[in-house]
Design a protein around this ligand. Sequence first.
Ligand SMILES: [Zn+2]
Ligand SMILES: [Zn+2]
Length: 207
Amino acid sequence: MTKAYAAQSATTQLGPFTFERRTVGPNDVQFEILYCGVCHSDLHQVRNEWKGTIYPIVPGHEIVGRVSAVGEQVTKFKTGDLAAVGCLVDSCRDCDNCKRGLEQFCRNGAIGTYNGKDKHTGGVTYGGYSKQMVVDEAFALQVSDKLPLETVAPLLCAGITTYSPLRHWKVGKGHKVAVLGLGGLGHMAVKFAASFGAEVTVLSTSP
Ligand SMILES: [Zn+2]
Ligand SMILES: [Zn+2]
């Protein structure tokens, strides 16, 4: 049994919940969750603000932990390694976007880390507000043990969401970057853009 926190409806608070993770398949990595960030998307989904929430929901898609078991065909991880999972845990792996390594744009719909349709169990995926995770190694990231893990967790959603466009547009020295709002994503954008050498300004609407 995996202990977790789940919401039972759009109007109830998160409370203790237990469920069964799938058994470790040949390509799966099982890890004990050490840290999980709180993303505002978690709140949107718990409150059914985007519609389509399936209850009970176990949110959390900024997840980092230590590997406790690996399937026999796993090559990227061994027991004791650190592993991290972001917003998706699977995709069709067959469309043009998946084949280009852009599974987040899967034509057939990437499978969310929570509130997604679990290919293996036929049930719903449960996220990182829990003690343990089982994920295909293709959707798990390696993490250096030199990093403070509590600060690694938010990189898995807020971090990549801001890192990706800054890299796409090759932001660096000589660029000026404006960041709208110093929130969960905004503070990441400031740190990345500044570290890439850009001149960074935060825009806010507060007095
Ligand atoms: Zn998020
Ligand atoms: Zn696809």
